[in-house]
Write a protein that binds this ligand. Sequence first.
Ligand SMILES: Nc1ncnc2c1ncn2[C@@H]1O[C@H](COP(=O)(O)OP(=O)(O)OP(=O)(O)O)[C@@H](O)[C@H]1O
Ligand SMILES: [Mg+2]
Length: 287
Amino acid sequence: MTLQIVRPGNGVAPLLRAENVSLEYGSTRATHDVSFDVYRGDRFVLLGPSGCGKSSLLKAVAGFVQPQAGSIRINGESVRGPGPDRMVVFQEFDQLPPWKSVLENVMFPLLMTKQVSRHAAVERAMHWIVKVGLGGFEHAHPHTLSGGMKQRVAIARALAMQPQVLLMDEPFAALDALTRRKMQEELGRLWEELRFTLLFVTHSIEEALVVGNRILLLSPHPGQVRAELNSHQFDLVSAGSAEFQAATQRIHGLLFGEPVAPTQAGAHAERVERRIMDTRVRGNDTP
Ligand SMILES: Nc1ncnc2c1ncn2[C@@H]1O[C@H](COP(=O)(O)OP(=O)(O)OP(=O)(O)O)[C@@H](O)[C@H]1O
Ligand SMILES: [Mg+2]
């Protein structure tokens, strides 16, 4: 399977723009001056070591935390709080209320936001339950499902809302290796079909290369932008290739010490030290 990059043409405005975002918890600075643009149809990955502020950035985009400095805009509008245009899938299996069936879980946000009638919510929820491969399990309760199945429910619940951007925080990190691989494959398949916009957090270099078409590399605590990479040429099939291994090592070097030269890269270049690197076509197709 080849995942084609959706590359915006000149002058296309980003769907999501984070500009000079600094996040703090009391005296703890989680991220410092982080900027990135996500375009419609991107599979944009935030990659960095534990504690670098990936989840904090995702929560800021979701509207759960407010930046101390900088701004986050969706379609030019400042994010002021959570909204149905930004649905989140978390790592934890307990993100599904256990007293609700699969169907009720997927319907819940649709009903809460009064997007559709109850009848239409059932129809739409069933559509997504089938799409994530859980047809026949709609009346099951979460405790009877495997970890992978619970994550599928969370994905169906999020996509049923047709969000502007799907936010995923290490959604497959608690799964065994085989299930994780299968879920990565299915996410790719869903994206091929639906071309939704994805903001995906991981600390796995391999997962970032497989899932993403663009990767923002964050330095250790407090997270700052270290590099932005294009990774659209990689997928699960190419995961064992020499090129994939070389990209993995390159990213490892960038994360753990290789010096990074600042480059001019778009509107934030003066303010953000950022190295734009494409492991194949260096700098050619970066927006
Ligand atoms: N609610 C909170 N209260 C206080 N400090 C917090 C809170 N959430 C995160 N932090 C701190 O902010 C920093 C960034 O945390 P964050 O969870 O965003 O990192 P992360 O990159 O997602 O890490 P991991 O890969 O381990 O999930 C850490 O130093 C963390 O201790
Ligand atoms: Mg995290």
